[in-house]
Design a binder for this molecule. Structure first.
Ligand code: MN
Length: 396
């Protein structure tokens, strides 16, 4: 009796349960599909490296291990507060590459930028840290410009023990190759000079799975925001046929897996991390190429770092190229300038240099250059190269 009574109600219960379960399963499937599609979308957008409709963009050039002056510039651009937290809402910050080398603060700068990437994303903004030739050099093992302070910053109480373990391995390796080999005190002193404390940590950090290397591998070398192309050095005539996606994928692949026997895109003189023609070639000779690059990537402007000299944003080709490497680091004189691109009512990007906190409009013609550099010189005095440029423009 109880069984008979129970069974229809059980069946009913099963049915009642089945519907929500089915619904739940369908919702879950839809949810997962949605996540998947969103994931694909996000990935596609970032792989293509394109953003449209951005109201305010701040571009900052090479940092080269300089924390204090970099933070001062971020504050002047109203990107962060005095504690270094993002306050810029939907603004996009583009750091044009070359964070490490020549100065000691690389670890601090990277920690700050990692934090800003997260904070900006939450606020609807974005921090783009582009890959420069010095990121590539550090990942590929070219350590010519490493500052001793960068190694010292990575030292811990374990560093000596870690290095001793490597030393023992090195001695064992040499003895295996040559049984006569004896590691005397001179050998040890020489080896320790070549392997300063912090170097092993540095090599690990810049490896493809290390704290710095894995972070760099999340980044692009070339991006497009509104009608502006951003990259570290420049697009040469040899590279102009490659899409931004191809460039980004090839450079990340090289930094992840190392270089083959052919010169890699990330180390070539005419590659996007090194090419200096846009910054230094004669404008009358290079102009046709500049126009080709603008057409190929469908942009109005190319914004680059890599070449310091005048301590400010240097407009070239009547504003078609903007060189944004002010020379922030002590090595280059601790100058301070950022580029601002802010949409006006007509939705066009207004171009302004922020020099030590003061705004100077960037001329879109060669005629405006003298007045521009004169205004900059008042804000950034005692830059001989800038004075020379002013004198030469005056004598024309
Ligand atoms: Mn560079």
């Amino acid at each position: 009796m109880s069984q008979l009574a129970a069974s229809p109600s059980n069946n009913l219960n099963k049915l009642r349960c089945a519907r929500p379960l089915l619904l739940r399963a369908l919702l879950l499937r839809a949810f997962l599909a949605c996540c998947f599609a969103l994931g694909m979308l996000t990935e596609a957008t970032s792989a293509e490296g394109q953003w449209q409709g951005v109201e305010r963009i701040v571009a900052i050039g090479d940092v080269h291990g300089e924390y204090t002056n970099f933070l001062a510039l971020l504050r002047e651009a109203e990107l962060v507060n005095r504690r270094g937290n993002w306050i810029a809402g939907t603004t996009h910050l583009v750091q044009l590459g070359d964070i490490p080398d020549r100065g000691p603060d690389t670890d601090k700068v990277i920690k700050l930028l990692k934090q800003l990437e997260i904070q900006a994303e939450k606020a609807g903004g974005k921090v783009h840290v582009l890959i420069g030739n010095h990121e590539a050099m550090n990942m590929l093992g070219d350590l010519r410009y490493v500052d001793p302070g960068e190694l010292a910053a990575l030292r811990t109480r374990d560093s000596r023990r870690l290095r001793d373990a490597f030393y023992e391995q090195e001695v064992a390796r040499r003895v295996a190759a040559d049984p006569e080999f004896v590691a005397d005190e001179i050998f040890r002193k020489q080896w320790e000079k070549e392997v300063p404390l912090g170097l092993i940590e540095h090599r690990r950090a810049w490896g493809p799975t290390g704290d710095f290397g894995a972070w760099v591998l999340q980044h692009n070398a070339v991006i497009r925001i509104n009608r502006n192309l951003f990259l570290h050095a420049g697009i040469s005539p040899q590279i102009v046929g490659m899409s931004a996606t191809q460039i980004n994928e090839q450079i990340r692949q090289e930094l992840r897996n190392g270089l083959g026997t052919e010169p890699g895109l990330s180390e070539r003189e005419d590659g996007p991390l090194w090419y200096r023609g846009l910054a230094t070639n004669d404008e009358t000779i290079e102009l046709a190429h500049v126009d080709r690059v603008l057409a190929a990537y469908d942009v109005d402007r190319i914004i680059i770092g890599h070449t310091p000299g005048l301590a400010t944003v240097v407009p070239r080709f009547a504003g078609k190229v903007l060189v944004v490497d002010a020379g922030l680091s002590a090595y280059y004189g601790r100058h301070r300038a950022a580029l601002l691109l802010e949409k006006d009512q007509l939705e066009t990007d207004q171009v302004t240099t922020l020099q030590r906190g003061s705004r100077v409009s960037v001329p879109q013609s060669t005629e405006g250059l003298l007045a521009y550099f004169q205004q900059i010189a008042e804000l950034e005095p005692e830059v001989p190269a800038l004075q020379e440029r002013i004198n030469s423009l005056q004598s024309q």
